[in-house]
Design a binder for this molecule. Structure first.
Ligand SMILES: NC(=O)c1ccc[n+]([C@@H]2O[C@H](COP(=O)([O-])OP(=O)(O)OC[C@H]3O[C@@H](n4cnc5c(N)ncnc54)[C@H](OP(=O)(O)O)[C@@H]3O)[C@@H](O)[C@H]2O)c1
Length: 312
């Protein structure tokens, strides 16, 4: 009996999107600056074994083949069925013309070996051609292409990423179909209360990328500039629940009803990042995590700052 209990997969609660689709509150992030061959696939397989039902990728991550292979293998093994999974991919900045959206999604589906994704996102509001020139395509036009891809059944829902409030409002003003999510950076160093409130008021689900922010080892350039890794009160809070600082950060976000997408290539961390639903932070503890806000972006998209539709 004990062995059986230990083998049970972890499970994330779901949120209902504005089109009725259910999205698990923890998804595996899959972006890496550098990866060894097979690393993405291995992470996806570990994640599905651990109980993840939600995977986030993008055409620009150049990993859709491996992510798709991991999904394919786990479906073949009978660990999950396709309809239990929530798979997101994203349109890159060089395919923003209305007529480029559907062909781009078809290419992603081919690489992923899937008939449909659950969510397709405009990755950034900027449109840039292969030569790096600003195409100045209005993302409202791109959105019409997204609506067409949706109507063809290639994706179950459509949304945006890295959009600010004004840009979301412009989409809402003319859209036939509302975006279901805005995927943006949110973490204890960038709490984004105003944008999150705006999204919720408009039934757009906030999804947090880079949810670990400065807690992550991936950001040594910020070492010493922030207390989140060393603050004794946060350490005591983690100890109180027998969790790590990373798990406290993720728990803080899901308690704000924000979906989180932690990325890890480490099996134990993949498991840890889903293991955040057996404790609850109280009001003072939520305020403590909130107090680490510095409005600091780990992902400013600085190389896009010169383009017309840059959001930050
Ligand atoms: N829409 C967008 O523009 C956008 C932008 C950025 C990211 N994203 C998405 O969001 C995902 C997550 O963002 P991210 O990868 O930038 O940041 P993140 O998930 O906050 O941090 C990832 C880093 O944290 C480490 N880590 C993971 N779990 C940990 C734990 N429990 N304790 C300590 N360290 C831990 C990982 O190391 P190991 O891998 O070595 O374990 C990795 O170096 C991406 O993978 C991608 O899917 C989207």
């Amino acid at each position: 009996m004990i062995v059986k209990l230990l083998q049970m997969a972890l499970k994330a609660p779901i949120v209902k999107l504005n089109n009725g689709l259910e999205m698990p509150m923890v998804g595996l992030g899959t972006y890496a600056r550098k990866a060894e061959p097979g690393e993405y696939q291995q992470a996806v397989e570990w994640a599905i074994d651990a109980g993840y039902k939600h995977i986030d990728t993008a055409s620009c991550y150049k990993n859709e083949e491996e992510v798709g292979q991991g999904i394919y293998n786990k479906i073949k093994e009978g660990i999950v069925t396709r309809d239990q999974l929530f798979v997101t991919t994203k349109l890159w900045n060089d395919c923003h013309a209305e007529n480029d959206v559907t062909p781009s999604l078809k290419e992603s589906l081919r690489r992923l070996k899937l008939d449909y994704v659950d969510l397709y996102l405009i990755h950034w509001p900027v449109s840039i051609n292969a030569k790096g020139e600003d195409q100045e395509i209005d993302y409202v036009e791109t959105w019409r292409g997204m609506e067409e891809a949706l109507s063809m059944g290639l994706t179950k829902s459509i949304g945006v990423s890295n959009f600010n409030e004004e840009q979301l409002q412009r989409i809402l003003n003319s859209a036939k179909v509302k975006p279901v999510v805005n995927q943006v950076e949110i973490n204890p160093n960038l709490t984004q209360h105003k944008l999150v409130d705006y999204c919720k008021k408009n039934s757009i689900q906030p999804v947090a990328y880079t949810p670990l922010g400065l807690i992550s080892d991936a950001r040594p350039e910020f070492a010493g500039k922030d207390m989140i890794k060393s603050d004794p009160k946060l350490g005591a809070l983690a100890d109180k629940y027998g969790k790590t600082r990373a798990q406290i950060a993720l728990r803080y976000l899901v308690q704000r009803e924000i979906v989180v997408l932690p990325k890890s290539f480490t099996k134990s961390r993949i498991i840890d990042n889903l293991n955040i639903f057996d404790f609850e932070l109280n009001k003072q503890e939520m305020a403590l995590v909130d107090s680490f806000n510095m409005d600091h972006r780990c992902v400013p998209g600085a190389s896009f700052a010169k383009y017309k539709n840059y959001a930050f």
